[in-house]
Design a protein around this ligand. Structure first.
Ligand code: CUA
Length: 333
C-alpha cells in the first residue's frame, strides 16, 4: 500500500517490504509520541493554569508507579525496534550461500561491473529476477556507495578492501543505481541502472555480445603472467601453500592465529603478503601492490575461488568465524 505513495520507490527486492515496514513503524511511533507529549503539554498548561493570585499548588513527592510506567513502556518500544532492526540487518548482511557473485569496481565517476562469465558492463547491471545476487565491491580511488533505492540496499565501496551486498530482485524492470557518497565533482553523474530480466532473457543477454573469457580464466592468465604458479604449486611442494580448495577454509598463521580465507584475506595476501603468512612457510612472497589493478585482483580472486574441490561462493566481509559444531550424540556412552 505504501508503494502507491510517490514518496517511496518501488519495492523490487525481497527485503524491500521489511525495510519499509520498520521505517513506517519508526515514523508511526515518533508521530504518536510527539503528538501525545505536545498535546499533554498544551492540555496541562490550560487545565492546571493558575486561576487566582492566592492559589498554591500541592507539593508532589513522586510516584513509583508512574515512574515504572514511563520506564517500562519506552524500554519495550526500544527493544522492539532493536530486535526488529537487527533481524533485518542480519538478513541484509548475510548473503545466501547460493548467491550469484558479480564484481564491482567504483571509480571517479563510473561503476564497472563484471560477471563471472566474463561480461563487462559500465553503469549498467543486468541480473536475473528471483535470484540472489552478491556484489563484491572495491574502489580504485575514493569512497563511493552503491545504492539501489528500489532494492533498499546501500553499501559503501572502499579503496583498499572489499565490501559486499546482496539482493534478490522480485520483479523485472529497470531500477535506478546511484552513488550515495560524495566522491568529487561528478558525483551526481555517477549513476546507472539495474536491469532485472526473466532468467531466459538474462541467459540470452549473457550469451550475446562479444565472446568473453570467464573471469576465472582471466584470473588464471594473470596467475601465470605474474608467475604465481611457480611458488603456489598444486602439489603443495612450492615455496607457498597450494591454493586449491582453500577459499572459505580456516588457516593457521605463522603467529598461531587462525583466519578464514575470504575475499579480503586473498586481497591482502596479494598486495601485502607478509601481513598474514601461513604457518610453515617462509615470509618470502613479494608484494604485487601497484602491479595488479582492481579488475585484475577481482579476476585472480574469482580464479582462486574456482579452483579446488569445493568452490565456496558464500563469504562475506561481515562473516565471522563460527565455532566448530560439536557432535553431542557421539559424547553419549
Ligand atoms: Cu562515487 Cu559519489
Amino acid at each position: 500500500m505504501w508503494s502507491s505513495l510517490p514518496l517511496f520507490p518501488e519495492q523490487a527486492s525481497t527485503v524491500a517490504k521489511d525495510v519499509d515496514s520498520l521505517y513506517i513503524f519508526l515514523i508511526a511511533i515518533t508521530v504518536f509520541f510527539s503528538l501525545l507529549i505536545a498535546g499533554l503539554v498544551i492540555f496541562f498548561a490550560i487545565r492546571y493554569r493558575r486561576r487566582s493570585e492566592v492559589e498554591l499548588p500541592e507539593p508532589i513527592t513522586g510516584s513509583t508507579k508512574l515512574e515504572a510506567v514511563w520506564t517500562i513502556i519506552p524500554f519495550v518500544v526500544v527493544m522492539v525496534i532493536f530486535f526488529w532492526g537487527a533481524r533485518i540487518y542480519f538478513t541484509i548482511s548475510r548473503s545466501p550461500a547460493n548467491a550469484m557473485p558479480i564484481y564491482v569496481v567504483g571509480k571517479q565517476w563510473m561503476w564497472k561491473l563484471q560477471h563471472l562469465e566474463g561480461q563487462r558492463e559500465i553503469n549498467e547491471l543486468h541480473i536475473p529476477v528471483n535470484r540472489a545476487v552478491r556484489l563484491i565491491m572495491s574502489s580504485e580511488d575514493v569512497i563511493h556507495s552503491f545504492y539501489v533505492p528500489a532494492f533498499r540496499v546501500k553499501q559503501d565501496v572502499l579503496p583498499g578492501r572489499y565490501t559486499s551486498i546482496w539482493f534478490q530482485a522480485t520483479q523485472p524492470g529497470e531500477y535506478h543505481l546511484f552513488c550515495a557518497e560524495y566522491c568529487g565533482t561528478k558525483h551526481s553523474g555517477m549513476i546507472g541502472k539495474v536491469v532485472v530480466m526473466e532468467p531466459t532473457d538474462y541467459q540470452t543477454w549473457l550469451s550475446g555480445g562479444p565472446r568473453a573469457e570467464s573471469m576465472s580464466a582471466m584470473g588464471q592468465n594473470l596467475f601465470q603472467t605474474f608467475s604465481c604458479h611457480n611458488c603456489h604449486r598444486s602439489d603443495g611442494k612450492g615455496r607457498g601453500p597450494a591454493l586449491e580448495g582453500i577459499y572459505g577454509k580456516a588457516v593457521k598463521l605463522a603467529t598461531g592465529q587462525t583466519v578464514i580465507i575470504d575475499d579480503n584475506y586473498v586481497r591482502e595476501s596479494i598486495l601485502n603478503p607478509l601481513a598474514k603468512v601461513v604457518g610453515g612457510y617462509a615470509a618470502v612472497m613479494p608484494t604485487f601492490q601497484g602491479q595488479i589493478n582492481e579488475d585484475g585482483l577481482s579476476q585472480i580472486l574469482a580464479y582462486i575461488k574456482s579452483i579446488g574441490p569445493q568452490a565456496v561462493t558464500q563469504n562475506d566481509t561481515m562473516k565471522r568465524s563460527e565455532p566448530a559444531p560439536t557432535n553431542k550424540k557421539s559424547l553419549k556412552p
